[in-house]
Design a protein around this ligand. Structure first.
Ligand SMILES: [Zn+2]
Length: 55
């Protein structure tokens, strides 16, 4: 079983992508058009967060 096919930003943050690869992390959040109602993170694409809500 793999959850890698479409990992959410929320999942990436749990894996500390923002620390391990800040450039890749910034690409995921800029330009932010959506945020996650579940955990409050912002993202460029709704599929990158677990509960997307348009900004
Ligand atoms: Zn989330």
């Amino acid at each position: 079983m793999s959850e890698e096919k479409q990992k959410t930003l929320c999942g990436h943050i749990e894996d500390e992508l923002q620390i391990k690869d800040p450039a890749a992390y910034k690409k995921l959040i800029q330009p932010a058009t959506h945020f996650c109602e579940g955990c409050g993170r912002s993202a460029a694409k709704p599929e990158n967060v677990c509960k997307p809500k348009e900004l």
